[in-house]
Structures are given as structure tokens and as C-alpha cells.
Design a protein around this ligand. Structure first.
Ligand SMILES: NC(=O)c1ccc[n+]([C@@H]2O[C@H](COP(=O)([O-])OP(=O)(O)OC[C@H]3O[C@@H](n4cnc5c(N)ncnc54)[C@H](OP(=O)(O)O)[C@@H]3O)[C@@H](O)[C@H]2O)c1
Length: 211
């Protein structure tokens, strides 16, 4: 069993990952500014209040950790302002992991990041860029930083997120020719993340996840 740091653990995919990792028997350090609000009871859970942009917080949170899941998000309305969270937090995280000797990083970005942008249909591209363009430009910079690292990384690019329980029935698309958009529950993204914490199948690869 691994000791896993989940960054962005108080909500969404991060919170689902905390639940799934605990259910799988891992030790989990759940990192967020509002970590104290995580309403779970488990002897293997440690809530860690911290800011992903602060070097001291991230370095402290990496103590004794084997693997990191980075699942940061910005509120919807903040996507219409300049977005720097993803790249700035990654510029903090990657050197801190290299210094700490924690090698495994699974980072949630999204379908449309990096080379998967080319797989967005023409009719979807204009609204996608209008709403998500600033966030995804920053996710591009996030992915570039991770690819430049010496870490054992996986870039995890879900399609459109939905709520609800894990189905375990989703597609892991690792060939660019197969990339397409689709719906996927956050809990299924978490399922993939936890399945691959200690599994090297997708190390140094980008995958698109759809239901
Ligand atoms: N919505 C979609 O259809 C879609 C599709 C593909 C990909 N995505 C991406 O998937 C990711 C996860 O989205 P989600 O909706 O599941 O999550 P979310 O609800 O947006 O949760 C974001 C998490 O990030 C944490 N966070 C934000 N700033 C932080 C900071 N400075 N320091 C520490 N923690 C911070 C938040 O906790 P605190 O506020 O407590 O710090 C929260 O736990 C996002 O990157 C999103 O862009 C979304």
C-alpha cells in the first residue's frame, strides 16, 4: 500500500480520489486550503490544510509520500479571468517532488489539453476556447512542465465530468487517433487514478478518459 498525497482533495475528483484510495487501503494525505472540511472518518486519512502555491506547504505535505495525485480546479467564473493556478502550482510541485524523492505523479488536466486539442471537433472548438481557453492554456503550461520533469508522470485528461457513483465502465484512450470527448463521472476518474498509483502501465503517457 502506498502513502498518497492528493492535492485538491476537498472537492470533485480529488475528494473522490481520497475516498477510493482509502477504500483500496492506501494511506492518504488530503491537501487543500479547506481540508478541515473533508467529512470522512478513516484511520488512514490525514487532512492537510495548505495552499498548492506555497512552497513550504507543498514541501511539508510531501514528507514520507510515495505518490501524488494533483487534482486542482478553479471555480467556473474564475475561468473568465487570467488563470495561473495550474502552471504555478506545478512549478512548485515538480521541484518539491524531485527534492523529496517522490517519483510518481498523476495529474488531472482535461480533454483538450496539449496535443488532444487537435481532437476537439471544429464546432466544439470555438465555444470551448471562449469558455475554457484561459484555463486550458494554463493546463498546457502545466503539462509541459510535467513532461520536462524526471518524474514517473501520467497526464490524465477526462472528458466532461459528471457526478454520481463509479461505474468502473470507462475507456482509457492512450492513442491520439482514438481521442474523443465524452462524459465521465468524477468517481470513475478517481477509480483510474487509484488503480494506477502503483501500476506503471501509463507512466510518461497522456490518456483521455471517457465513459
Ligand atoms: N468540469 C469538467 O467537465 C471538466 C472536464 C475535464 C477536466 N476538468 C478538470 O478537472 C479538474 C478537477 O475538477 P473538479 O470539478 O473535480 O474539482 P473542483 O471541484 O474544481 O475542486 C478543485 C480542488 O482544488 C483545490 N484547490 C484550488 N486551489 C487550491 C490551492 N491554491 N491550494 C490547494 N488546493 C486548491 C480546491 O480546494 P480548496 O478550495 O479547499 O483549496 C478543491 O479541492 C479541474 O482541473 C478541471 O478543470 C473538468
Amino acid at each position: 500500500m502506498a502513502h498518497v498525497l492528493v492535492i485538491g482533495a476537498s472537492n470533485g475528483i480529488g475528494l473522490e480520489t481520497v475516498k477510493a484510495a482509502l477504500a483500496a487501503g492506501h494511506r492518504v494525505r488530503a491537501f487543500a486550503r479547506s481540508a478541515a472540511r473533508i467529512d470522512l472518518t478513516d484511520g488512514n486519512l490525514e487532512r492537510f490544510t495548505g495552499d498548492a502555491l506555497k512552497v513550504a506547504d507543498v514541501e511539508a505535505a510531501l514528507d514520507g509520500v510515495d505518490a501524488v495525485v494533483q487534482a486542482l480546479g478553479v471555480p467556473f467564473l474564475d475561468m473568465f479571468k487570467p488563470v495561473r493556478l495550474f502552471s504555478d502550482a506545478t512549478n512548485v510541485l515538480v521541484p518539491a517532488m524531485e527534492k523529496a524523492g517522490a517519483r510518481r505523479l498523476m495529474s488531472v488536466t482535461g480533454f483538450g489539453t496539449g496535443d488532444s486539442k487537435e481532437a476537439i471537433g471544429f464546432l466544439q472548438l470555438v465555444p470551448f476556447r471562449l469558455v475554457f481557453g484561459r484555463a486550458y492554456d494554463d493546463k498546457d503550461a502545466q503539462e509541459i512542465r510535467i513532461r520536462k520533469s524526471g518524474l514517473d508522470w501520467t497526464l490524465v485528461r477526462p472528458g466532461v465530468l459528471t457526478s454520481g457513483a463509479s461505474t468502473g465502465r470507462y475507456r482509457v484512450l492512450d492513442e491520439p487517433s482514438s481521442w474523443r470527448n465524452g462524459l465521465i463521472p468524477r468517481a470513475d476518474v478517481a477509480h483510474f487514478l487509484v488503480q494506477h498509483i502503483e501500476n506503471g502501465s501509463y507512466v510518461r503517457k497522456a490518456v483521455v478518459l471517457v465513459g
